[in-house]
Design a protein around this ligand. Structure first.
Ligand SMILES: Nc1ncnc2c1ncn2[C@@H]1O[C@H](COP(=O)(O)OP(=O)(O)OP(=O)(O)O)[C@@H](O)[C@H]1O
Ligand SMILES: [Mg+2]
Length: 335
């Protein structure tokens, strides 16, 4: 296939959204702003996790990339091509699974893939290969109507892979998968990145899964990106917590001692009759024993003292709160 010359370098992002806006008219005739100045980049050869609450615009953004939604304003580029004008030049380079797979229920999984493969010039060998890759080769000859939810999802991913894409776009691929299948999916995405140099963008609500699989995280809120960074940078940006786990009978006393010494605490129930006191971890790990000394000098003996790593969930919640606070400030300023 001949392609238009593409003037992006190896370090340029594969995809760029710049200030994209898109509104829909709702059934009641009101305008719903789905994308509201949405800007993001997808670095080449990475797995990008797209996170955000329901209705924040994730699916709309991915549909814009695939030419299923036309932006009202702003620009989208993929492989250096402007979209949607050049959609036909890039269509074969992207594979997608958006809002669940759509297959013919009465045909087998294999037959369904053959039909999609024909559109892309892929034959029986490619069909077998992708069935193997997603782990449903054993069910290839069964009717799609008899597939479990997880098998349907896997076949959907196989359908997205059949054209041998450079960019794989998966909207909530972990939906309905059992824990083992989620792990398989994660391993599959990493293999596609590592062995085939594929770039993957995956939207999800399962923060822990995104954390385990993504190199890059983009958090969307009300149609705009509120956080866009490499996962290791994000994690290192967050604050670790020091957790003091102690018997609930002495928790009250421990709170009083620590607060008197300037610690700001949250108290939650821990496992097996314990309470947990959580505070910002001291900058230096050497300070943790100081907390212990402080408590033991007043006859309060914790069961455990641990440093809790920052999770993507903490970062997500902090980013959403900060965006809400900024929006609130903005609306106050305008009053
Ligand atoms: N075809 C449409 N017609 C009307 N409104 C739409 C349409 N598509 C999306 N929207 C609205 O745009 C907003 C963003 O929707 P979108 O599906 O992109 O969110 P999402 O982040 O994918 O949500 P979810 O996590 O629930 O999948 C929502 O308010 C939604 O109701
Ligand atoms: Mg969605």
């Amino acid at each position: 296939m001949t392609r238009e010359p593409v003037n992006i370098g190896p370090s340029d992002p594969l995809v760029r959204f710049d200030n994209v806006r898109k509104s829909f008219r709702t059934a009641r005739g009101r305008r719903q702003q789905a994308l509201d100045g949405f800007s993001m980049s997808i670095p080449r050869g990475s797995i990008v996790g797209l996170l955000g609450p329901n209705g924040s615009g994730k699916t709309t953004a991915l549909k814009t990339l695939l030419g299923l939604v036309r932006p009202d304003s702003g620009t989208v580029h993929a492989f250096g091509h402007p979209l949607p004008q050049d959609q036909r030049h890039v269509a074969g380079r992207m594979g997608a699974l958006i809002e669940g797979p759509a297959f013919n229920a009465s045909l087998t999984g294999e037959h369904n893939l053959r039909l999609i493969g024909e559109l892309h010039g892929a034959g029986a060998a490619e069909v077998s290969e992708v069935l193997e890759l997603v782990g449903i080769a054993h069910a290839a000859r069964r009717a799609y109507s008899g597939y479990s939810l997880g098998m349907k999802q896997r076949l959907g991913v196989a359908g997205a892979l059949i054209s041998g894409p450079e960019l794989l776009v998966l909207d909530e691929p972990m939906n309905g998968l059992d824990p083992e299948a989620v792990r398989d999916m994660r391993e599959l995405l990493k293999r596609l990145r590592d062995e085939r140099g594929m770039t993957v963008v995956v939207s999800s609500h399962i923060l822990a899964e995104v954390e385990l699989v993504s190199d890059w995280v983009t958090i969307v809120r009300n149609g705009r990106v509120i956080c866009d960074a490499g996962i290791s940078e994000l994690i290192s940006r967050g604050t670790e917590h020091l957790v003091v786990r102690l018997h609930d009978t002495v928790a009250e006393q421990a709170v009083a001692i620590l607060e008197r010494n300037g610690h700001i605490l949250t108290r939650t129930a821990g496992p097996r009759g314990t309470d947990e006191l959580r505070m910002a971890a001291p900058q230096s790990p050497a300070s943790s024993p100081d907390v212990l000394k402080l408590l033991t000098s007043q006859d309060v003996y914790p069961r455990e003292l641990l440093v809790e790593a920052v999770s993507l969930e903490d970062i997500y919640v902090a980013a959403v709160r900060a965006a809400d606070a900024a929006a609130e400030d903005g609306s106050l300023d305008r009053r």
